[in-house]
Design a protein around this ligand. Structure first.
Ligand code: MG
Length: 261
């Protein structure tokens, strides 16, 4: 009788896990700063995030900086339409708007928007601070705290150029997926330091032709950025990379469709 109850509980638990975890799109496509180019939307805007989700991307990447008054905001460049983010307060950044009328999103607003859907992962880039290592690590800790506070762990995968930032993420949340961006460390070492993936510029894999295989051998995922050319995309797909980060998600989807048929 006891055994029977245990079996039923296990089946229910499994069904629950399937329904709550197994719904992200399974494809290689990661929209770089959201899907903005073809749709003529601002990079890193909520609109570009929503468009990436509408296209069915596996992930939508975005960049996070810290303002002078410790607010995490989403933008690629170190300035938001001419206002230097690190030396400005959040209020000061509100003086400018994206051409579509959006203000600069906070990381919290961005995550909350992304969590309205369950198909596209949120690829959270910790930007390296100009002010130095301490500030970068402060942003890192605040980012992990925010993700935990919102319960966004299921959606978020981290990426960073600062090697210590990724190691800190692993310390703070050992289950977190985190990939290294800078392309200067071989896969085995990256794995040893707690990362779950490498996310290198595609030229790095040309210079180090064994690194994709090496990474797979030690159990790292491989992502290549920023790949906008059809031939480069095809070559990386042939090499079985898990993810391709691109400004042209529509083109990558078209290549995937042709490959299937
Ligand atoms: Mg980025």
């Amino acid at each position: 009788m006891k055994k029977h109850a245990f079996l039923i509980a296990t089946i229910y638990l499994f069904a629950f896990m399937q329904s709550s975890y197994a719904q992200f799109n399974k494809n290689v496509v990661i929209a770089h700063r959201g899907a903005w180019k073809q749709a003529n939307l601002p990079e890193n805007s909520l609109a570009s995030l929503n468009h990436a989700a509408a296209l069915g991307c596996h992930g939508s990447e975005f960049d996070v900086h810290l303002t002078k008054d410790d607010i995490m905001v989403v933008n690629h460049d170190k300035d938001f339409y001419g206002i230097d983010i690190e030396s400005a307060t959040y209020q000061e950044l509100l003086a400018k708007k994206h051409p579509n009328g959006e203000k600069i999103p906070t990381a919290e607003e961005y995550l909350r928007e992304g969590m309205k859907q369950k198909k596209t992962k949120l690829i959270f880039e910790i930007k390296t601070a100009k002010a130095g290592k301490e500030r970068t690590l402060q942003l890192t800790k605040m980012s992990v705290d925010l993700v935990k506070k919102l319960g966004a762990e299921k959606w978020v995968e981290y990426i960073c150029f600062d090697y210590d930032a990724g190691k800190l993420i692993h310390q703070l949340d050992p289950k977190a997926k985190v990939a290294y961006l800078n392309g200067d460390i071989e896969p085995a070492q990256v794995k040893k330091d707690g990362y779950t993936g490498i996310d290198y510029h595609f030229s790095v894999f040309k210079k180090n032709p064994s690194w994709i295989k090496d990474a797979h051998q030690v159990g790292l995922t491989v992502n290549a950025w920023t790949v906008n050319d059809a031939e480069e995309m095809k070559s990386l797909l042939d090499q079985q990379v898990e993810y391709i980060t691109t400004n042209e998600p529509e083109l990558l989807f078209e290549i995937l469709r042709k490959k299937k048929s």
